[in-house]
Design a protein around this ligand. Sequence first.
Ligand SMILES: C[S@@+](CC[C@H](N)C(=O)[O-])C[C@H]1O[C@@H](n2cnc3c(N)ncnc32)[C@H](O)[C@@H]1O
Length: 214
Amino acid sequence: MSRIPPPQHRFEDLYAHSPDPWQLAERAYDRRKYALTLAALPRERYRSAFEPACSVGVLTAALAPRCDRLLACDLASVAVEQARARTRGLPGVSVERRTLPQQWPTPADAPDAVPFDLVVLSEFLYYFDPAGVADVLHRARATLAPGGTLVAVHWRPPAEEHVLPAERVHAAVCALPGLVRVVEHREPDFLLDVLVRADAPAAEVSPAAREGLR
Ligand SMILES: C[S@@+](CC[C@H](N)C(=O)[O-])C[C@H]1O[C@@H](n2cnc3c(N)ncnc32)[C@H](O)[C@@H]1O
């Protein structure tokens, strides 16, 4: 079995055959997973969020009400068009065509957005080999604001198009220096981890502390 990352045109081909190749807008499985992802965010609101590999924008639309500003991106033009259509009229949302990690937003090309106080890596990291995962995570860490939140959520069972299993990519996420895990959710179908920058005040780490409960 090939272990190299799928070429970019593979994703364009997928969208050419089906506008929503993973049926993200259809399945109860994904609705539940998105609800768990949103529920796991330690803050009610975020100033500037980044959602790479947004596909058709279902999670983007769900994240938008929690964010003053939300930048989403995908490498596939059909995905970007659909995500734009799904989020049209939602304040603060922009969807761009970007290929990562090369086009990870920087302060130079996205000065209003970077640094991010929320980065959501949903069903994305397993397309990279270990060096690619390390590159994405380095950029995510480098663009995370003080106290910022990093989310990773990935399908767990083996999948032929995945270069690395979810366990491997989540181990890399959780080994990132300078971050502390605040949510660890495991179930047979997917892994969900939420980390915050270790320099965060206690109130960022604990929603209960933010409201004076401890
Ligand atoms: C399974 S979908 C992700 C769905 C979405 N993140 C969610 O959780 O609802 C995978 C997406 O990753 C995008 N993608 C894969 N590699 C990428 C890369 N290197 N840069 C940007 N997007 C990429 C594909 O085009 C595809 O839309």
